[in-house]
Write a protein that binds this ligand. Structure first.
Ligand SMILES: [Mn+2]
Length: 359
């Protein structure tokens, strides 16, 4: 595996490349041009500048998270063809600069959702928190406003204000889209982009829905073994795969994470891994924690062992961290706890490898 770290660029991140470079074992950046809206082309010169800056700091750039999919593509509107063409152009530009994996999602309207971005744990650290009962009582527009207000002044990935201000209109449009239709629109998108991915050697790795169930009555399809299997077969290509995010998939007690890793890993369709722990309080009610097994509900050793056993050689990154040591950063994306997470995952990996070699 190759350890990476998500970074939002010089103007949109509290963490610097110099800091990331000093985290043991981190080789690469998972990058993003945060000012480019979904549906627009990522210009070649912008990607090259962004990549050069990262390489000048001794790091690699081979993974992008995310190239967001325009809502019209998910909705299957006639205007989708224009946005798909732009997406194809972006894949081509990224491929030409040496990008190997694009992480993206196919979640209607919302990317990830939480009901509290700074829930205080007994040790004083702050984490993201989700309570489905609370969400049910919320107006989605109010949730967007509250989420933006508590983001410490940073844009939140997947929560672009330009898109969300049209929320009401988009909700109306989704009334005609059920899960079956969403799969159909997904297939249309994949069929259009896969030839470009194959030509420019860029793998698409879909990020699961977070949390792993439907929200606000919107259809969501990327949150179970069965559906992930269906997705990788919509177009059966070695460029159509998944981002195995343990925290997102694991929010549903129906998903057994090591089993999913073994299943999709054996098919060689996991290109990118987000590895983190969460604490499940009850059904559809959880909060985030440190990466350590004993702090949450997952056995992180079994998760890393599953990756090891399937010969996973893709990219991995620590996922959301707690806010600790007084850090002020984008919720989930501070330096300290993610660095601890990377170090812990590297430790598990080293131990598993050495145990295996002694057999
Ligand atoms: Mn994730």
């Amino acid at each position: 595996m190759k350890m990476t770290f998500r970074w939002f660029g010089e103007n949109d991140d509290s963490v610097t490349l110099d800091q990331i470079r000093q985290i043991p074992g981190v080789k690469g950046i998972v990058g993003f041009l945060s000012d480019i809206q979904a549906g627009e082309v990522w210009p070649l010169d912008r990607i090259l500048d962004y990549k050069k800056n990262i390489e000048d700091h001794g790091l690699e750039l081979e993974v992008i998270e995310s190239v967001n999919v325009h809502e019209d593509i998910k909705l299957g509107l006639p205007s989708r063809d224009r946005y798909i063409e732009n997406y194809r152009e972006t894949i081509k530009n990224l491929g030409q600069t040496g990008i190997k994996v694009i992480c993206y999602n196919f979640m209607p309207v919302f990317d990830w959702l939480r009901t509290d971005l700074a829930y205080k744990l007994p040790d004083g650290s702050e984490v993201l928190y989700y309570d489905d009962d609370k969400l049910k009582g919320l107006d989605p527009i109010k949730l967007v406003e509250d989420t933006e207000k508590s983001s410490n002044g940073f844009s939140l990935p997947g929560w672009e204000p330009e898109r969300l201000k049209e929320l009401k209109k988009i909700f109306d449009l989704y009334k005609g889209v059920n899960e079956e239709k969403l799969f159909e629109n997904y297939r249309y998108f994949l069929e259009a982009i896969m030839p470009v991915c194959e030509k420019y050697d860029v793998k698409m790795a879909v990020h699961p829905d977070d949390p792993a169930w439907n929200v606000f009555g919107l259809p969501r399809i990327v949150h179970s073994k069965e559906n992930l299997d269906k997705i990788i077969n919509l177009v059966d290509s070695a460029y159509n795969g998944i981002t195995l995010c343990s925290g997102s998939l694991g929010s549903s007690t129906k998903n057994n994470i090591p089993e999913l890793i073994r299943y999709f890993g054996a098919k060689k369709r996991i290109y990118f891994a987000h590895v983190r722990n969460i604490k499940i309080l009850s059904e559809k009610h959880f909060h985030e924690v440190s990466h350590l097994s004993s702090d949450g509900s997952f056995d992180m050793f079994e998760i890393m062992k599953a990756f090891y056993d399937v010969g996973f050689d893709g990219y991995v990154r620590p996922d959301h961290g707690r806010m600790i040591w007084g850090e002020k950063a984008r919720p989930g994306y501070g330096l300290y706890d993610r660095a601890l997470g990377a170090t812990y995952l590297n430790g598990l990996w080293e131990a598993i490898g050495k145990m295996d070699n002694k057999k």
